[in-house]
Write a protein that binds this ligand. Structure first.
Ligand SMILES: Cc1cc2nc3c(=O)[nH]c(=O)nc-3n(C[C@H](O)[C@H](O)[C@H](O)COP(=O)(O)O)c2cc1C
Length: 319
């Protein structure tokens, strides 16, 4: 996720919550002018993650490209570095990206879609997946999009159940996951508004999806995969137990991030990054919104961390 899953963040979260099967990098923008060096690709992926084979294998290298960009050269570098898994972002709704015919724009032009996706497929022999929305302006081309991607030979399709025009409005429509499973044998990965273990289970029960992908819910509950495993073992936690676990794990999560970010970024940038990560963290607390606003106004990292420790105190009282 852009602005979230940089290498330091991923390494910390991979260490704390190894129950996730896969992590994705934020997207590397394929340049229209100039080239991507091996050094740049490695930095984007995270050198320490690259050195650790187990973590490397769990990481998808995400790119965003346009028909005019230097995709072939970037793919060659990614291939030479031996990354196992490449994912193409076909969901980005950014006006600027779409004006350059990239991201979700490609869902509105199936010829270009075939050209870009087919071009990458020819150059990259390992696992190549794509992430889409259900259409650009509307869902009228959904079936054709799935067919085009299937014919191109992608290894999996992640579907965010909204069109580009919908941005984040309303709730993602899960009906598209079932429809896609009817249309293709390519594994379908469901995405959009999957917040709880019960949501994950519902998707697996009601569709033939191969997997789920969590965005905002993984920011809110980085231990969601762990909760789902507990759920599968029939260890279902009550709302109160979940909140108590949230308080405990939030404390570990944010202090671990601070420990790993501070020496590299310094206090000011660490505070900025931590603030960008708390958007959904306190949604389940009675006065979570107020607490979050207070944290967002905090000018010093030290005060920010101190306030976090108070959340633990308050929540212990509440439960
Ligand atoms: C901060 C943020 C950054 C995101 N970055 C990316 C990205 O780099 N690539 C991508 O395909 N989707 C990106 N998305 C979209 C999510 O992957 C996901 O499709 C969307 O948020 C809906 O799923 P969710 O309800 O699980 O969040 C981003 C979303 C957010 C909130």
């Amino acid at each position: 996720m852009e602005g979230v899953t940089d290498p330091i963040y991923r390494k910390t979260v991979m260490g704390l919550f190894p129950e996730w099967d896969m992590f994705a990098t934020d997207f590397l923008r394929v340049p229209t002018e100039g080239t991507i060096t091996h050094k740049k690709a490695l930095e984007h992926f995270g050198e320490e993650i690259y050195e650790n084979l187990k973590l490397r294998e769990k990481t998808t290298f995400q790119i965003l490209t346009t028909p005019r960009a230097n995709t072939e050269q970037t793919i060659q570098v990614i291939d030479e570095l031996g990354f196992n898994h490449l994912d193409l972002n076909l969901g980005c709704p950014s006006r600027r990206v779409n004006a350059h015919l990239g991201g979700s724009y490609l869902l509105s032009d199936l010829k270009l879609l075939e050209q870009v996706v087919g071009g990458i497929r020819k150059k990259f022999n390992r696992c190549f997946t794509v992430k889409i929305r259900v259409g650009y302006k509307d869902d009228s081309e959904f079936d054709h999009i799935i067919k085009t991607l299937t014919d191109c030979g992608v290894e999996a399709i992640t579907i965010h159940g909204r069109t580009k025009v919908e941005m984040y409005k309303g709730v993602a429509q899960w009906k598209y996951f079932s429809r896609a499973c009817e249309l293709t044998d390519v594994p379908i990965i469901a995405n959009g508004d999957i917040w709880t273990p019960e949501d994950i289970e519902k998707i697996f029960t009601e569709t033939n999806c191969y997997g789920v992908m969590c965005g905002r819910s993984a920011m809110k509950t980085p231990w969601l995969a762990q909760l789902y495993r507990l759920f599968k073992e029939r260890k279902v936690l009550t709302a109160e137990q979940r909140l108590s676990l949230r308080t405990e794990l939030n404390s570990i999560y944010f202090s671990s991030l601070e420990r790993d970010l501070s020496p590299i970024l310094g206090a000011e940038k660490t505070l900025k990054k931590m603030k960008s990560l708390i958007r959904y963290s306190f949604d389940d607390y009675d006065e979570g919104e107020m607490f979050k606003r207070k944290l967002l106004r905090t000018p010093e990292l030290e005060t920010f961390l101190h306030s976090m420790s108070l959340l633990k105190h308050n929540s212990t009282h509440a439960s």
